[in-house]
Design a protein around this ligand. Sequence first.
Ligand code: CP
Ligand code: NVA
Length: 308
Amino acid sequence: MLKPIKLANRNFLSSLDISRAEIFHILDIASSFKNRNLNIEFKNKVLGLIFDKSSTRTRVSFQVAMSRLGGTTVDLNPLTSQIGRGEPIRDTARVMSRYCDVLAIRTFKQSDLEEYAKWSSRPVINALTDLEHPCQALADYMTIKEEFFDFKNVVLTFIGDGNNVAHSLILCGALLGVEIRIACPKGYEPNDLVINKAKKIYENENLLKITNEPITAVQGANVVYTDVWSSMGEENQKARKDKDFIGFTIDKDLMSKADKDAIILHCLPAYRSKEITEEVMESQKSRIFEQAENRMYAQQALLSCILS
Ligand code: CP
Ligand code: NVA
């Protein structure tokens, strides 16, 4: 029987906090959970969720994953806890980690997440920051592997804002050796530090391409991926970003340039007729809801390894 590798006391703050072999192992465990071939119990273990931003998928998939493992969750947000009145992270982290066995945190700055990890006596998981969304990337590559069986010769084109979701796709993709093309408007390119880290990991750094041309980027792609144009916390930039991203909508025309068997991914939530058309989102090529489902199995696998 497949056994979870031990990631005890390991944080998962970035896609780079686990190795290529560990990613493959987590994806195998996730598939076993999905196929009902694996039953692991972490009775009485508690996952603490601390979410400074809204969430449907991440929150619920973590809650259900933990419950499937026989454990339980507590869910804090700024309105119902002392976080909103400004209790320092170092105090919240020290207290929460005395109650819980692992923490999953969604916040704005990556440095705040790191501060939690510094003061927490238990492992901390990134449930999304402005910089990264590594749990999302695990489910994304699980969905890609289900479709194409491995990552060799897979071309993933991301069309949208070069921020958190794109960053984790890049970093996890670099570890897996996936060809990644990012197409974003000028000024919305991924963070240079992320690009440089990824290029150091790739055996062939030409596998990562950043462009401002969606049509070029999508030629022959096997996976076409998008995310919202305005992320949480950028609500006041919506009008400007809606203008800047004109020409970056995934529609039928753009999809006709991709490989004929290409699939479409979106981390959700989606704004139909902005980053993706209704027609494309609901098309046969979409694996968007399989991808959302896989969040639960990928996180169940991650938690199993961290709690082992
Ligand atoms: N994709 C994702 O993280 O969705 P939520 O914001 O609903 O958690
Ligand atoms: N880039 C988006 C992802 C949501 C899952 C955001 O940060 O709001």
